[in-house]
Design a protein around this ligand. Sequence first.
Ligand SMILES: Cc1cc2nc3c(=O)[nH]c(=O)nc-3n(C[C@H](O)[C@H](O)[C@H](O)COP(=O)(O)OP(=O)(O)OC[C@H]3O[C@@H](n4cnc5c(N)ncnc54)[C@H](O)[C@@H]3O)c2cc1C
Length: 548
Amino acid sequence: MHILKTDVLIVGAGGAGLRAAIEAARGGAAVLVVQKASGNATQMAGGLQAVAFGHADPRDNPEQHYADTMAAGCWLNNPKLVKVLVEEAPRRLLELEEMGVEFYKQDGKFQQLLAGGHTYRRNCIYKGSNTRQLMQVLKVKAAEAGAEFLKNTVVARIVLYGGHVAGALAVDALSGELRLLSCRSLILATGGGGGLYARRTTPPGIMGDGYALAYAAGAELIDMEFVQFMPTVLVYPPRLNGKPVNETIRGEGAYLLNSTGERFMARWDPRKMEVATRDVVARAIFSEIQAGRGTPHGGAYLDARHIPEAVLQKSLTHYHSLLKYGCNPAQNLLEVAPAAHFFCGGVRIDADGATSIPGLFAAGEVAGGVHGANRLGGNALSETQVFGARAGSAAARWARESGGEGNNKAGDETLREAGRQFLNDYTFRGSCFLDREGKGITQLQSLKNRLRRTVEASAGILRSEEGLRQGLAEIEACRGALADLRSGISRRALANAVELDHMLTTAEILLRAALQRRESRGAHFRQDYPELDDDRWRKNIVFAANLK
Ligand SMILES: Cc1cc2nc3c(=O)[nH]c(=O)nc-3n(C[C@H](O)[C@H](O)[C@H](O)COP(=O)(O)OP(=O)(O)OC[C@H]3O[C@@H](n4cnc5c(N)ncnc54)[C@H](O)[C@@H]3O)c2cc1C
C-alpha cells in the first residue's frame, strides 16, 4: 500500500482548515489538506463576524465581548479560550482584510450589526453579505503558501504510533480506494454535525466525522449535548426551504408573529423580545408551531415589512433570492422555523488547538470549549480564524520540534497494519471500478436518513429521558443494520459506510450527554428537567473512550 507523506495533515477545508493551512505552510511545514466533496459550512455562512472594534458603538470592547460570550454559554465556556477569541478576533479580521477580503465600511470604519445576545452592534459584515470571497481568498493564500489538496476523500481513522499521531486512513469517495496518509501532526477541522439532523442549515456532508475520529483516537469530547438551532430558517418558498434568515434582521427591528397575529416573544423574553439568544427564540417558535399556532407551511411569521428596503438589501440574507421566488420581504411576511445549525461542544482543546493526544490538534466548529452551552452569532467565523491560525502554527511547530512519531519506518508499518485491519471489517462485492450501482449505497443512504430522523426526534429542541432512551435504542438498531451491510457492499460504497459509522458514534455521544444532563441550560432543553440547576450542573460533561 502506497503511503502519502506530509508534515501537517489537515482534515477539512472550511474556514478553520484553510486558515490553519496558511499558517502551517508559512511556518515551513509541508501541508496536505484533505476534504470531502460535499461542501462546507463556511461557504454557506451569512457573512457576519463578531469583533469588538467598537466602531458602531464606542462603548464596545473585548471585555464586553467576553462577558456576552460567557453569559450566552451559561458559564460552561473555557474562560481561557474565550479570552483568546475576543482578544485576537480584531487582529485576525484585519489580517483577512490585508489578504484582500472586503467588508462593508463607512468612513474607514467597519459597519457592525446587532445579533441576539450581543450587548452592542458587533458583527462586521462581509461584502456581499456572504463568505464567498472569504473562501476564495483563503484557498488562494493557502495554495500560494504551498499547501496541497486532496479532494473527494473521506478520512476514516486517525492512526497512532507510540501514543502519538502517525497518520490517517482515508477513502476515495468515488472508487473506495484506501489511502494511507502519514504525518507528524494532524489538525481536525471537520466542522460540526448538522448532518445528523433531518432539518438543518448545514451541508449534508458535515455530519460529525471529526468527533468520531477524535473519540476513536482517544481524545476528549466536551459539551456534546449542546446543539444550537437557528431559530429563523425559511420554510417557504419551497426553493428556499432550509435557508437561514440571519438574526441581525431582528436586530434591525423585524419581529415574530404566530398565526393569530400575536407577537409571542413577549411571553418568552419581554425585555429582549426578538433579540433574545437563539435557544430562547428557537424554543418559542417551535412551541408555537407545536401548539397549533403555526403558519400554513409549518413555521412562524417573520415581519420585516416596516424595515427600509436599503437595510433589507444589506442585512437580510437571501433577499434577492426571496424576490426571485416571488416573496418580497418589504411586502410579504416570511415563514420561518428552527433547524439544527451549530455544534457548540466538540474536541477538547487548549489555546493552541492541542488535544490530549500528542500531535493531534483541532480548530473551528469541531473543537469544544469556546461556546459552552450556546453560541453567539458571529463568534463561529471568528473562531475559525483565531483558532485555525493558532492550530496551524502549533501543528507546524510540533512537526518541526517533535521529530515526528509518524513519518518513519515503524510509523509506516503501523499505518499499513491499520489499513489491513480496517479493510478486514468489510467483505466487498463487485469490483472497484466496474460496479456502477455501488452495491449498498442506497441502503446506507436510507440508514443515514433513518438516523437523522431519530436524532431529530430525540435530541431536537425539546428533549426528555424517554425520547433519548428511545433514540439510543434506535441507534443500536442502525448499528446492527450497518454491521450486516459490512459483509456485502461494493468498494464504491465504502466512504458512505465510513460516514454512517462516524454518524452513529457522534449521535450516541450526543444522546448520552443529553441524557446525563438533568437540567435545562443554553441550547439543551429537557422537558422533564426544565430548570437551570447551577448547584448540580454548572459543569462540563466530558466523553473519552479511555474513560469508559
Ligand atoms: C447556513 C449557515 C450560515 C452561517 N452563518 C454564520 C455567520 O454569519 N457567522 C458565523 O460566525 N457563523 C455562521 N455559521 C457557522 C459557521 O459558518 C461555521 O461554524 C464555520 O464556518 C465552521 O467552519 P469549519 O472550518 O470549522 O468547518 P466547515 O466550514 O464546515 O468545513 C469542514 C470541512 O471538513 C471536511 N470534512 C468533514 N469530515 C471530513 C472527513 N471525514 N474527511 C475529510 N474531510 C472532512 C469538509 O469536507 C469541509 O471541507 C453559519 C453556518 C451555516 C451552516
